[in-house]
Design a protein around this ligand. Structure first.
Ligand SMILES: Nc1ncnc2c1ncn2[C@@H]1O[C@H](COP(=O)(O)OP(=O)(O)OP(=O)(O)O)[C@@H](O)[C@H]1O
Length: 693
């Protein structure tokens, strides 16, 4: 029971030993904080576990927020972020000190008003006006450091992800999206999930530090003025209220993670629409595609609805217990020292009571807000742990790719043809078998050699594994069995069916992935680039008939781009022009071996033939994958995949040249037997053109 009410330079104090009470208040405050942190963590883990069990999943989450944060921030953040955190903490501390000063000053102002001491009032108001300038700067700095922390964390995590995603030679960007255990909507996770995590992290950090600091400062202040009874009563009340709210608290972490997943799916559907918009437009697919978009959006919305409904019950209780009923308790606590003081003490002046009431009420209000914010943090921390678990999964998925075809490789290692890559002049296959990432055999026991300058046509039915052979050579898929001897990676060049158009100038399109500076450093010039464009029939220079091979109409103006021109090539170039540009790039790099994977579909036969001749003149070993049998004329041998379950294949001569006439022939199956009952027909091609040496 308070024995004294005495004015002091720090305001009206109601206890005999204010300093000792303050220290006890601090200790009690720290103990309460530790309870709050353990409580939130346990509630989240318990709720998530409950949710998983209800949802039928086997495993409860093994790790809490602390482990996620240690992994994410420990792998990415550094000294710079540490300094920002320190600065932010300092600002938060200073702002709380400022708020305590405002409470006390307010008490003094009320005291002067009640006493009608206008000279003192003017002095106090003047002080208030001056000191709050510093508080304004402090608030602005606080916002600045929160934004800076958010940006820095996002920057560090995103760059870390880019480093792993685009790690040279590992091709994680391909494997994570195409092979084995994929990372779902990887693009969305790197762009959106990381951003959301950084936002919520900075928010939680700033909003958790403030209530913690406020809570401790006001605990000390209230204990010092009123004794331990007031803070302990408030702690007990809030602990009780939180236990009650926890029963209705939804698993915010799980809900936030699911929401992000559904957001990613929804965005992925829009991306698919953009990628395939032309095909869909030709097919008139608006209705089914709209259904796909709406279905994905409906899943997202219904999840969000479930989340807000789940929050409703807990919110009603929290509002009443933490906000309104708490005011009732506060009023009882504030009146208690006045009501219970000893009769023998001197009578209190009105101004003293007004000062005591104003500053204590403000402190009490501030502490109650701080405690409420601490429990409110449970929601925010829940959301943070949801985002953190997704970012952690993403980072883990980028860092550690689960092995593909491991069992098959282990078996092969015990046999006589373990998987080996050797380096050598020619491309050589010794007992090589190709498997799909799911373990299906595509080709068995390939044995042949391709020397520089030789041309091999790879044929076979759709999906029999023609392109897969080259995925293994390029190490996109693992080699399971046999030895591949090959020149260095940079000596083998791949032109794929779907043409990729890099960004940049026309020159960049040809020299990709080299930069302009690298081109100059290697002694190559723009003239080389122009020559390659001409060889590939895509030169912007008028050669004959007043037209250039590369020209297009831009709003009524004929554009023939210069090498330095940067345009939206994806839009400006037709599919055939893109394929020709890919050949210009090939001629620029002049590798020893080139794989042409159905990359001439949009090119007219005269140009196609000239491009093949050019490859021969440049002495490139050519591997062509094509269904066009007339291309046999441009190849020496044919590797044919039978497409059976045993992975059979044949290798045969496919053209011969005599008297400057090249001939090739194929036997094709007829759709139905002809009048004579023949089921097959033989087609022969001849080529009389002979290119100048
Ligand atoms: N990333 C992948 N993961 C798993 N399977 C794949 C992957 N890419 C392709 N496949 C499968 O591997 C098989 C062989 O594909 P591949 O592209 O080599 O066939 P192809 O003979 O080149 O066919 P086409 O003539 O139609 O181009 C197909 O069944 C295909 O569905």
């Amino acid at each position: 029971m308070p024995r004294y009410i005495r004015p002091s330079p720090q305001g009206v104090v109601m206890v005999r030993h204010p300093r000792r009470s303050g220290i006890l208040g601090l200790t009690a405050g720290l103990a309460f904080l530790s309870f709050v942190s353990k409580f939130s963590e346990h509630v989240q883990i318990y709720k998530a576990k409950n949710q998983k069990i209800k949802g039928g999943a086997k495993e409860p989450p093994a790790e809490g927020l602390a482990v996620f944060m240690k992994f994410i921030l420990g792998s990415t953040c550094s000294f710079r972020e540490g300094v920002t955190v320190l600065k932010l903490s300092l600002m938060l501390l200073l702002r709380t000190v400022g708020s305590v000063w405002v409470s006390k000053h307010w008490g003094s102002i009320v005291n002067s008003v009640v006493k009608q001491d206008f000279i003192r009032l003017a002095k106090l108001v003047g002080e208030f006006a001056g000191a709050t300038v510093a508080l304004s700067v402090l608030n602005a700095l606080l916002k600045y450091y929160i934004a800076a922390l958010r940006l820095q964390v996002r920057e560090k995590i995103t760059l870390w992800c880019h480093d792993k995603y685009m790690r040279p030679k590992d091709m994680i960007f391909y494997k994570a999206n195409k092979v084995g255990k994929k990372i779902e909507n990887c693009d969305h996770q790197i762009t959106s999930d990381v951003e959301r995590f950084s936002d919520v992290f900075a928010e939680v950090f700033s909003q958790s530090l403030k209530p913690i600091v406020d809570f401790l400062v006001y605990s000390v202040e209230l204990s010092r003025v009123q004794g331990l009874t007031t803070p302990l009563t408030l702690y007990s009340w809030f602990a009780f209220a939180s236990c009650v709210s926890a029963v209705t608290l939804p698993p915010f972490g799980e809900l936030a993670a699911t929401e992000q997943k559904l957001e990613g799916n929804f965005r992925g559907k829009h991306s698919e629409l953009i990628t395939n918009c032309e095909q869909i437009a030709f097919l008139g697919g608006e209705r089914p595609e709209k259904d796909v978009l709406n279905k994905s959006f409906a899943q997202l919305i219904s999840h969000c609805r479930r989340t807000i409904t789940a929050s409703f019950n807990s919110e009603v209780l929290r509002q009443y217990l933490n906000k309104y009923f708490c005011t009732v308790i506060g009023l009882v606590l504030i009146a208690r020292p006045l009501r219970m003081r000893s009769k023998d003490l001197p009578k209190l002046q009105h101004d003293q009571i007004a000062q005591y009431f104003t500053s204590t009420w403000r402190n009490m209000e501030a502490m109650a807000t701080a405690i409420q914010d601490l429990f409110e943090l449970t929601n925010r921390i829940g959301r943070l742990s949801g985002f953190a678990s997704r970012v952690r999964q993403l980072m883990h998925g980028l860092e550690v790719r689960p092995p593909v075809l491991q069992e098959e490789i282990e078996v092969a290692k015990q046999g006589s043809h373990p998987p080996v890559f050797n380096s050598g002049e020619n491309l050589k296959f010794d007992h090589v078998s190709i498997y799909r990432p799911d373990g299906t055999l595509l080709v068995k026991d390939l044995n042949f050699t391709v020397e520089r300058g030789q041309r091999v046509l790879v044929t076979g039915g759709n999906g029999c594994g023609k392109s897969s052979l080259f995925r293994v050579i390029r190490k996109l898929w693992p080699l399971v069995e046999g030895t591949i001897t090959m020149p260095p990676d940079k000596e083998i060049y791949f032109l794929t069916q779907v043409n990729f158009v890099p960004q940049g100038s026309l020159r960049d399109l040809v020299i990709y992935p080299a930069s302009h500076a690298e081109m100059l450093a290697s002694g190559r010039s723009d003239e080389d680039v122009r020559t390659c464009l001409r060889w590939a029939h895509v030169s912007p220079t008028v050669i004959q008939d007043g037209r250039a091979q590369l020209e297009f109409n831009d709003q009524g103006v004929v554009v023939r781009p210069a090498l330095d021109d940067v345009r939206d090539w994806q839009k400006d170039l037709s599919p055939g022009q893109k394929q020709r540009l890919a050949f210009a790039r090939l001629f620029y790099h002049k590798p020893s071996f080139v794989v042409l994977d159905e990359c001439t579909n949009g090119i007219s036969p005269d140009v196609e033939h000239d491009l093949y001749d050019r490859c021969t003149r440049l002495n490139l070993a050519v591997f062509s994958i094509s269904h066009k049998i007339e291309l046999k004329l441009f190849h020496d041998r044919e590797l044919h995949y039978v497409g059976d379950l045993q992975g059979s294949w044949t290798m045969m001569e496919c053209s011969h040249t005599r008297d400057k006439i090249t001939r090739s022939s194929s036997t094709v199956k007829l759709p139905e037997p002809d009048k004579a009952g023949k089921k097959e027909s033989r087609i022969t091609y001849e080529r009389h053109v002979w290119f100048a040496e």
